[in-house]
Every structure is written in C-alpha cells, then in structure tokens.
Design a protein around this ligand. Structure first.
Ligand code: NAD
Length: 448
C-alpha cells in the first residue's frame, strides 16, 4: 500500500520505518529541510533504539522516501497520516497550528479523493476540524472532492517505539467512513495479530470523538498512577514506611498490577504534561470540572521540586561554591528527549541557588548542549564517573541501566561528600547506609 506521513518526529519517522518494514511504500513529508537532508544522509534527528538501521535499510530499499515537497507527498498516496507536533499553547490548550497547516496544504494540493488520518494527539473534534479545513481549501479552488477523515492516535513509548509500533497493544481507529476504515484495516493488517495468543483483532473501531478522547484518557490514567504513587511515597516517608515494599504489596493484586507504579521525581516528557493540560482545558471548555486531573498535576509539580528541596535542606539555601553530579538529563531512559524532563527544574533550582553541575546522560548530551549552550555552571562530562569527581553529592534523575548497576563504593570514593539524592530509587537504602552514604530516595527510609 502507498501511504504518506506528515511529520518526521518520534511518531512520524518511527511509524514510517515500521510501515516500510512490512512492505508498504511510505513517503514522509516534513517542513524542516535540515531534518530531511540529515535523514537522507542517515543521520536521525533524535535517538530511538533500533530506528537508525531500519530507516537506513528502507531508504536504500526504496520502501521509504523523505521529502520537503508536500505536493510529492500528497500525490504519492490516497491515505495521508498527520503526525506533526501538538505542543501546549500558553493557556494549556493543544496548539493545533501544525495540524491545521497540514490540512491546508492537503486541501490546496489534492487532486483526487483522499483519506486523511490524525495520528497526532489532538483534542476531541479535531479530525472534523481537519476535514472542514480541507473542504474549505478545496472550495476555494472550485473543487468538490471526497475527503474522509479518521482519528488513529498513537500509543508508542519513546525508548521502545520501534517495538511498540511493530507489536502494538491495540490500534484505535475512530471513523465514520467505511472507505477510511477499509484503508486503515489494510494498512495495519500486518500488525493485527497477538503474537502470544495468535488471536486477531487488536483493532478497536469507534467513533471519531471517542478515539480522540481515548488517547487523552490513556495518558491521564498513566499520569494519575504516577502521581498516586508519588503521593503514597510522600506519605511513606512521613510514616517511616518503605514505598518499595508497598509497591510490591499492592502490585500483586491483579486489579492493580505492577505496571507504572514507580514513584520518582515526577512525570515529564513531550506527552503527559501537555496532554493532561490539554484535557483539562477541553473539559473546562465544556463546563466540566476535573478535580482529579487538577490534583494529578499539582502532585506532579510538587514532585518535580522534591529533589531540589532535599538538596537545599541538606546543603542550605546558598549553593555558591558547591558542585553537584547529575546523572540523567533525558526525561526517561532510551531517549534523548528533554522536553519537560524532571532534570530541568532541578538544574534551574541549583543554578538559582548559585551551584554548579557536572552532568552526564548516555544519550542526551548533545540535546543539553543545544538547550543550555556553554555556561560556567554546567559541565557536560564524558562519562558517569567523570561527573562524580569532586562533587558534593550525586543527583539521579533518569533510570538508565548503567546507573542502576553502578559501583556504589566507587561513587562514594569519587564524590567529595558521600551524598546521593536519588529521584528513581535505584539502590538499596540499607546497603548504602551501611557504606556510610547519605542516601535520600523517594518514599524510602534512610539508614544512618
Ligand atoms: P515531534 O515534535 O518530534 O515531530 C513533529 C514533526 O512535525 C517535526 O519534525 C516538524 O518539523 C514536523 N512538522 C511541523 N509542521 C509540519 C508540516 N506542516 N508539515 C510537515 N511536517 C511538519 O513530535 P512527536 O513527538 O513525533 O509527536 C507528534 C504527535 O504525536 C504529537 O501530537 C504527540 O503528542 C503525539 N504523540 C507523541 C508520542 C511520543 O512519544 N513522542 C507518542 C504518542 C503520540
């Protein structure tokens, strides 16, 4: 099948590579010329495990093409997917400029009937808005062509995106058109089987508005789980309990389950924060109160400040002359994405108090350099060990595997003071206490 994808970000490029992998002819369009030129040279605009070889293979095989020319993209296929960004606007609503710009482009260029699919995370009603926009552009050209829309939100996780797209849990298709549904069923047929049970139909068909809401509801549920565990962790700390034991205890109940029950330094990234904000905004626009979502956000904002509070309580409000090792800059392991990463408010708090940071992340160093540039209070270190040298404490913001397996005795030896503030609960508090390390975890007891 031929398919065109607008946007070569985490969603667009991964889907493109995976659709090419199962034999479709995929054309990717992006407005960012530098990005397209780099992809053509085999340089991806971001890190995602397993993506680079897949893209290189299918650029060479001819199953995948990338272009800045939207006319080429629109002409390539009758099935057009929109996977551009929907960042938060200043008022918290989803900024739909990129999505509607693609709709305008399609309406200005299409010369035959099309099925247009929103893969971006968009508020309820957007697919219909996209259709109206395309029809409006067609009318300006004096054309009357069929244009059907579908909502097909994406659920991939950065860091595991290729596997998530190759083996999706579910494929949500919202539409009110048989033609659109038939095309999307054909597109996703190669993925529509559960490899464990060999049962078919991961495709869940629903109306447009429900599909759009499903994506927000899923992210709201995930954020709620995180904030719930962070609230329990705060309580455990005050009560002298261990949240890790509590986590295991509640996760054993199949109605609760173990997934996504980890307390930490707050949720971040390019999706959860903006999607919760956008959903609250949508709810407010229809006069619907969302006290639960408000609390989820409040808990997260507090949690994102928690490591800084611990640090300032330990070292005092003036951090001039102090240096801190920071392990983990990306918002989660497996990605170089720093959008809304918990490391950022922590860096800001340290700098505001006059402190210096020696930072290391396995993948996000370049991204950090782009974000902060050269500054005297930030040293980007070549290794995790180098970041420790002479620092007053180690701060951990991302649960990268090499941090989990680090030699804690070596950490102690390299630090000026044996202090670890761990936003991801990577170590055993008792073992660190026995080694004489002051260990501050999230919702876990400290052992002197
Ligand atoms: P991104 O910012 O990484 O990429 C967006 C791309 O779209 C950029 O390359 C940009 O240049 C391009 N673009 C902007 N305007 C364009 C236009 N008019 N024509 C063609 N290309 C254009 O975004 P992302 O992280 O891939 O997210 C895309 C959407 O998918 C968002 O709505 C996001 O909420 C959603 N989503 C993201 C994830 C994730 O983990 N990143 C997961 C599920 C859903």
């Amino acid at each position: 099948m031929k398919v065109t994808i607008f946007g070569t970000g985490y969603v667009g490029l991964v889907q493109a590579a995976v659709l090419a992998e199962v034999g479709h002819q995929v054309c990717c369009v992006d407005v960012d010329g530098e990005r397209i030129a780099a992809i053509k040279q085999g340089q991806l605009p971001f890190y995602e495990p397993g993506l680079a070889p897949l893209v290189a293979h299918h650029l060479a095989s001819g199953h995948l093409g990338v272009t800045v020319d939207p006319a080429m993209g629109v002409a390539h296929a009758d099935l057009l997917l929109i996977a551009v960004g929907t960042p938060a606007d200043q008022d918290g609503s989803a900024d739909l400029q990129q999505v509607l710009a693609v709709a305008d482009t399609i309406g200005q260029l299409m010369g035959n009937p099309k099925v247009v699919v929103t893969k971006s995370t968009v508020p309820v009603g957007t697919a219909q808005q996209v259709r109206q926009r395309i029809l409006h552009r067609l009318a300006e050209r004096g054309l009357d062509l069929a244009c059907e829309v579908a909502a097909n939100p994406e659920f991939l996780k950065q860091g595991a995106a290729v596997m998530d797209c190759l083996r999706p849990d579910r494929i949500i298709i919202g539409c009110d058109s048989e033609r659109a549904l038939a095309q999307l069923r054909a597109l996703y047929a190669p993925f529509n089987q559960d490899h464990a049970t060999l049962s078919h139909d991961k495709i869940v068909v629903m109306d447009l508005r429900s599909a759009e809401l499903t994506k927000y509801a899923a992210n709201a549920m995930l954020a709620t789980k995180i904030s719930f565990m962070n609230e329990m962790a705060a309580l455990a700390e005050q009560l002298g309990a261990d949240i890790e034991a509590v986590r295991q205890g509640i996760g054993a109940d199949p109605r609760i389950g173990y997934h996504f029950l980890y307390p930490g330094c707050g949720y971040g990234g390019s999706c959860l924060p903006k999607d919760i904000q956008s959903l609250r905004h949508t709810a407010a626009s229809v006069g619907c109160d969302t006290p639960l979502l408000t609390a989820v956000e409040q808990v997260n904002q507090r949690q994102q400040q928690k490591m800084a509070h611990t640090l300032l309580a330990r070292f005092g409000p003036d951090l001039c002359g102090r240096t801190f090792a920071l392990w983990g800059l990306a918002f989660k392991p497996g990605t170089d994405d720093m959008r809304d990463a918990p490391s950022r408010p922590l860096l800001a708090a340290i700098w505001a108090a006059g402190g210096r940071v020696q930072a290391f992340d396995p993948k996000a160093m370049e991204r950090t350099r782009q974000l902060y540039g050269e500054r005297p209070d930030l040293q980007l270190c070549p290794t995790q060990e180098a970041a420790l040298a002479g620092a007053d404490a180690l701060l951990i913001c991302t649960e990268w595997q090499p941090f989990r397996t680090a030699d804690v005795e070596q950490i102690k030896a390299l630090l000026k003071q044996p202090v670890i503030i761990d936003g991801r609960n990577l170590y055993d508090p008792r073992q660190l206490g026995e080694l004489g390390i002051d260990y501050y975890a999230m919702g876990r007891p400290s052992f002197p």
